[in-house]
Each structure stands twice: as C-alpha cells, then as structure tokens.
Design a protein around this ligand. Sequence first.
Ligand SMILES: Nc1ncnc2c1ncn2[C@@H]1O[C@H](COP(=O)(O)OP(=O)(O)OP(=O)(O)O)[C@@H](O)[C@H]1O
Ligand SMILES: Nc1ncnc2c1ncn2[C@@H]1O[C@H](COP(=O)(O)OP(=O)(O)OP(=O)(O)O)[C@@H](O)[C@H]1O
Ligand SMILES: [Mg+2]
Ligand SMILES: [Mg+2]
Lengths: 264, 264
Amino acid sequence: SGRIIAVANQKGGVGKTTTAINLATALAAVGMRVLILDLDPQGNASTGLGIKPETRPPGSYGLIHGVPLGETVRKTEIPNLDLVPSTVELAGAEYELAQISRPQYLLKTALRSEIDSGSLEATRAPYDYILIDCPPALGMLTINALAAADSLLVPLQCEFFALEGLSQLLSIYERVRSSFNSVLQIQGVVLTMYDKRNNLSEQVAEDVRNHLGEKVYDTVIPRNVRVSEAPSFGRPVLLYDLHCAGAQAYAHLASEMLKREGVR
Amino acid sequence: SGRIIAVANQKGGVGKTTTAINLATALAAVGMRVLILDLDPQGNASTGLGIKPETRPPGSYGLIHGVPLGETVRKTEIPNLDLVPSTVELAGAEYELAQISRPQYLLKTALRSEIDSGSLEATRAPYDYILIDCPPALGMLTINALAAADSLLVPLQCEFFALEGLSQLLSIYERVRSSFNSVLQIQGVVLTMYDKRNNLSEQVAEDVRNHLGEKVYDTVIPRNVRVSEAPSFGRPVLLYDLHCAGAQAYAHLASEMLKREGVR
Ligand SMILES: Nc1ncnc2c1ncn2[C@@H]1O[C@H](COP(=O)(O)OP(=O)(O)OP(=O)(O)O)[C@@H](O)[C@H]1O
Ligand SMILES: Nc1ncnc2c1ncn2[C@@H]1O[C@H](COP(=O)(O)OP(=O)(O)OP(=O)(O)O)[C@@H](O)[C@H]1O
Ligand SMILES: [Mg+2]
Ligand SMILES: [Mg+2]
C-alpha cells in the first residue's frame, strides 16, 4: 500500500512546499492517489492548494493528537489529490512534543494505528503516495515525519548556504534510521531553482552529483517566475501554467521517480 | 549603549542571514561597532563571515548556557564587526529549552547579566548594535531573541508565501511585547530579492507598504546573483563586490536606518 515520503530540508526557502505540491499534482495527474500532509505551521501547502483557513481544522495538529486520519483529510480541486491541512496550533507542537515521552512516534502511530485497526488499510490504502511537507527545522515535527516515512526526498536549492546544510540533514537521517526507523531510505535529491545564467547553480549541481551520485535526480527544476506566481492563485503551477518550464520540470520529475520506483 | 535588533522571520530563505551579515558590515564600515549573534543552528552567518567550524565553540549555545559573552565572541576580518558563532549543539536547544522554567529569558539574562555585573557595560558597551540572526521558526530560539531585543527587523522576500507569514510573525511580536518584553518595537521591514522583471515583486511590495506604511524601508534589496555568490568566499557582498547592486542596496539600507535612528 501507500509509500510515505518526507519532503524535508532544514534550510529555509529551498522549495520543499513547491516540490510537495507540484510533484504530488504530477503524480495525481497520471492516476496515482496522493495525500499531502502539511506539517509546517506556516501552512504554505494548504494555501498553495487553495484550502481556506476556516476549513483546515483539526488538520495535522489534530492527527498527531489522535484525530482519525479520515476526519482530517480535505479534498483539493485536483482529482486524486487530498490534503491534511496545517493550522497555527502546530506552531506550539515543537514545545508540546518535548514534554511527552517518545514524542518522535506520534505521527507514525497516527498513520499506522489506522493500519492496525484495519481502517488505515481502508484509509491509507486509497493512497499510493503520502508526501509530508516539513517545516525548515530539524525539530520534533521533522523527526516525526522521518520516523513515519519510508523515504526522504530532499529539495536542494542551487545555492551555497543550501549546500552547507546537506551534511547536517544527512546525519539526522542516519540517526533516525539507526534509532527510530530502520526502513527509512533516501528517495532522492532534487535540485531546485537552478538558474542557467549563473555559475553558482552549476557549481552546486556538480558538487552534489559528485557526492551523492545516483541519488540525485537527473531532472533539475529551473528558477521560473510562473512557479512563484501560482500559489497566489491557490493552484499548483501544473494547473496555473502547464506549459511553463517549471511545470514541465515537475512533470518530468514525477515520471523519473516512477521509473526509478519501477526498478526497485 | 548598544541597541539589540532581532533579525527574524519564520518563513525560510527570505534573506535573514544575508541581511544580518551585510547590514552589519555596512554599519561597521561607517564606524559603528557591531556584533552579530548567530542563533541559527545552520550557522550560515558564521560561514558567511568566514569563521571556521573548529573556532566556533562555545558560541551562542554556550552563551545561553552561561558562558560569559566575552569568551564567545570571535573577531571577523571586518574591522568593527565581531560575531558570536553558532554550533550544531544549538539544534538541540529548542528541545532542551522546553524542559526548563522561564526558557524565554535565557538570552536576555545572558546579555543583561553582563550589564548587571557591570561587565556588560564593559562588554556590550563596545557595541553600538547587536544583530541576532534567527532560525526560520517561531520557536524558543526566536522567542529568546525577541525577549532580549530592543527591536525587530523583518526581511521580507517579495514572494507570495513570504507575505502570508507576515501576520503570524506580527502576532508573535505582539505577544512577546505584552508578556516578555514591553520595550520591543519594530525596527522596520526590508523588502528583499526584489526582481523588477516580475509583477509579483511589485504586487507584494505594494501590498506591504499599504499595510505597514512607514515601517517599510524605502531601500529595497534587489535579487542580485553576486549576493548569493559571496558566502562561498566567506565574505559579505560589500567586500566581495562593493559596486554590485546588492552591496549598494545594503549600504543604502544602513544609511536609511541610521537616518531614522537619528530622528528617534
Ligand atoms: N523553481 C522555482 N522558481 C521560482 N520560484 C520558486 C521555485 N520554487 C520555489 N519558488 C519560490 O521560492 C520560495 C521558496 O519556496 P518554498 O516556499 O516552496 O520553499 P520551502 O523550502 O518550502 O520554504 P520553507 O523553508 O519556508 O518551508 C517561494 O516563494 C516559492 O514560490
Ligand atoms: N538579494 C539577493 N539576491 C540574490 N540572492 C540572495 C539575496 N539575498 C539572499 N540571497 C540568497 O538566497 C538564499 C536565502 O537567503 P538567506 O540564507 O540569507 O535567507 P534566510 O532567511 O537567512 O534563510 P533561513 O530561513 O534558512 O535562515 C541564500 O542562498 C542567499 O545567498
Ligand atoms: Mg515550505
Ligand atoms: Mg538564515
């Protein structure tokens, strides 16, 4: 049944939300049933998919506090794509989670408990992919996502500061694998906001491919203003402007990912 | 004596670190004595100022745990500009701070205790400005910065998602003012990564000026690739390429800020 993918990187503004929204949309467009879990108190994935704030509760905050998945899910205007929205209560979760024992397993329990009770087979089963949009931190929310996930997808902006943070992220990945979630793998690294006019992008891309080789997708997401315009209309760029470079890149990313899965 | 300014915005990648580094450098260039406090576990301000990882401890993590300020400060290659670096231990601070009582005052106590003992007058006194580079979150580290600060400087990327987060940030600012730090004011909002080729930048700029009027600096920081290249050389863009648009904008920002201070 469904594969859970954590879309994470503690560096801010690297394209986590944009990748979660547009990759999910591209997968849904080819018939996959996809759920996005917005685990970021900013709620950008919820806004980018046009979900009005008043319809968001109980959301992912409710989910980690025991509300059944089915009650937190919202339909989006994209067929095959649902969302568990985020609400501002999530901002307090980092602090709250620190007060309880085994805080890292709340999300995993919430998603898995549906399996154990048989209902997730009924709930998770409808999803081929669950993408978790993480906040820009390596705190308890991201740890929860990594503990619950089958794999980690890393959007990596082609900039120097973003490259610097990669080793910290990979060491957290190793720690989660060894202590909380031994099945966790790296789904892949996707280069984002690549600007062919500047050397820095190419240098970063080369550096990452040298270090991580095969784990880096061939598909590179270009910097493309249409991508950053789409959220103000509450739509993924694939709906806002299907033929722009950004939308096409996300469509290619989805097919590259599915091809790689096929050989798995 | 010195004015403490928290450079904060929970939205990731909006230019907090870039603004802290380059505004500080511009202020130092006109003779102000400036200290940057890197409160982000990513340590981008420390890297962007060329401070090698092995020379960073005890850093800001040590400072909030009682190490005297004088022992945490490192000189940079820029005259009049010092830094309290960040170390990876800071990543655990959000979790640790949740376990103690009155966690929000650790930084304020660390900076102020030097005043009370008379030594900060000796330590803080040498600084006209202390800029705190915050992580992309509204957790305990950012709350500590707001509780210790005289004012909040908000870098705001000219993008839709960044605009969305502004109201959340301003409501946290109000809460900190009413419960932890009644002197806190808004230093200003600085528009960053403004791209005159795209409408979105202009729309966001107009929207913010309509809402916040005078609080928004006239100086706008343009998107400029030289700005993002500078950190890979461990230097502020004012040293890397003084005459580029980005460096000039930060120099203007510093003089606008000083002019406004003058009338205060
Ligand atoms: N390929 C692209 N081309 C142009 N703009 C982009 C692209 N991808 C993302 N953006 C824009 O860059 C900004 C940062 O992207 P996004 O918000 O998806 O990153 P994030 O990693 O989720 O940020 P955060 O760390 O705050 O969660 C957004 O304003 C987004 O619209
Ligand atoms: N004016 C600019 N023009 C071009 N690139 C810029 C500009 N300002 C910042 N950048 C680049 O954009 C990226 C994000 O900036 P920066 O790291 O300063 O943001 P931040 O808010 O500190 O991020 P985080 O939320 O991760 O702390 C960096 O790679 C930086 O080099
Ligand atoms: Mg995001
Ligand atoms: Mg930063």
